[in-house]
Design a protein around this ligand. Structure first.
Ligand SMILES: Cc1ncc(COP(=O)(O)O)c(C=O)c1O
Length: 396
């Protein structure tokens, strides 16, 4: 077994069962189906789409999410992701069938954190290659941009619609003041309003996801109404759970407003998404291959070589930190750095289910965090043969 990082491609053509453990395995048919479903829903609604590149941080998946150039906007959570996407601009986002040459100016990359001085220097450099958009949620952000003396920036005003992460509270006087301040400033041009419904991950039904979608829509449209009705604006809403119900969208969009959906986790899904009740277990495209390295009859547990670094300590609607595929009674009950402890609440015996050296595949709670731990993503076909070995962008 060749574990050398530079030889990752040598696994292409071999069965997934020969991959070193732990490995991150991407089920390519499921991944493509997930991407196609969202594209079809967006197409039917005739709205825009902005994929987030932070889940599987690679050019290959970004190309897939952009549908070979049909969609032209991206959101990124790190400077290194933005840097990683620059080749897409240079290549005109190659579509293997009929390459659409897209002028660089029509690409837009939104930096996904509210802007702060430490990021500006890199973004100024990057905007020589690609159109960069920024998020602001405080009048101080406008001060920062004014003081920087840089060329005016396209900004989205970020609204908090319930996640209590970033964003100025929707429908607030503070928002009204921020809109007025941004509108007066020569350092920014308001591109529109953006909200991210991270709290939709806590939903457990279609009704809850639809209600959150409606809150997102009314919040961004109320914000857009703070500006004159002839102002061209984009409103951007989403998170994977609300993206999963976007087909139920029934709102009249004012003619000055371009409506856009954003999502990042959707190609992969995970136990958090299954917990929302909006996707099935079989819609998960990501799994972690691990190997049993201990069995403990006295406590009815087994040990695998995928610990917190490989799986993350993220939770979901399921108990534990991951579930053993094909053995529904067993889950990852505890974790330390490189140790994952497999246990059960049921009557099955660890000694009858696990042997040292046995391979197990685990569904993870949150694929974005789990994928960030790995240096190679192995894509497998319907026969579990490795067809791709992608190297993600690392760092910040
Ligand atoms: C600002 C922003 N937009 C969009 C997304 C994509 O959300 P999801 O991965 O739920 O689709 C995220 C994810 O954290 C985000 O932080």
């Amino acid at each position: 077994m060749d574990r050398a990082f530079e030889n990752h491609a040598s696994f292409i053509g071999r069965p997934a069962s020969e991959l070193p453990t732990p490995s991150l395995i991407v089920d390519l048919p499921v991944l493509k189906k997930n991407v196609n479903t969202l594209h079809e829903n967006v197409e039917k609604l005739g709205i825009g789409f902005r994929p987030h590149v932070k889940t599987l941080k690679t050019l290959e998946i970004t190309r897939l999410m952009l549908a070979g150039g049909k969609y032209r906007s991206i959101i990124a959570s790190t400077i290194c992701e933005i840097r990683g996407c620059i080749p897409l601009v240079k290549e005109g986002l190659l579509d293997e069938v009929s390459p659409p040459r897209i002028p660089a100016a029509s690409y837009q990359i939104l930096y996904g954190l509210p802007i702060y001085p430490g990021a500006l220097q890199d973004l100024v450099k990057l905007r020589e290659s690609v159109r960069i958009q920024l998020l602001v949620d405080n009048e101080e952000h406008i001060d920062v941009l004014e003081k920087s003396g840089t060329q005016p920036w396209d900004v989205f005003i970020k609204l908090d619609v319930g996640s209590r992460r970033a964003g100025i509270p929707a429908n607030s006087t503070a928002l009204q003041k921020l809109v007025e301040r941004a509108d007066r400033s020569s350092a920014v041009k308001i591109a529109g309003f953006y909200c991210h419904a991270g709290h939709s991950y806590a939903g457990r039904s279609l009704d809850e996801a639809q209600a959150t979608l409606e809150t997102e829509i009314s919040s961004v449209l109320n914000a857009a109404a703070l500006l004159p009705p002839d102002r061209a604006l984009t409103v951007s809403i989403g998170a994977t759970p609300t993206a999963h119900v976007v087909q139920y969208l029934k709102t009249n969009i004012p003619s000055n407003v371009k409506f856009e959906l954003h999502a990042g986790n959707f190609p992969c899904n995970d136990l958090q998404q299954v917990s929302t009740g909006l996707v099935a277990e079989t819609d998960q495209a990501i799994r972690v291959a691990a190997e049993v390295c201990g069995v403990y009859p006295e406590r009815n547990e087994a040990l695998v070589n995928a610990g917190v670094v490989a799986l993350s300590r993220e939770g979901s609607g399921y108990s534990g930190f991951g579930r053993v595929i094909g053995k529904p009674a067993w889950e990852v009950v505890r974790l330390s750095q490189e140790h994952g402890i497999i246990g059960t609440n049921g009557d099955e015996r660890a000694t009858e289910n696990f042997k040292i050296g046995q391979r197990v595949n685990l569904y993870c709670n949150h694929s974005c965090i789990t994928a960030a731990a790995f240096y190679v993503y192995f894509g497998v076909d319907e026969n579990d043969i490795v067809r791709e070995a992608w190297i993600p962008w690392k760092g910040w």
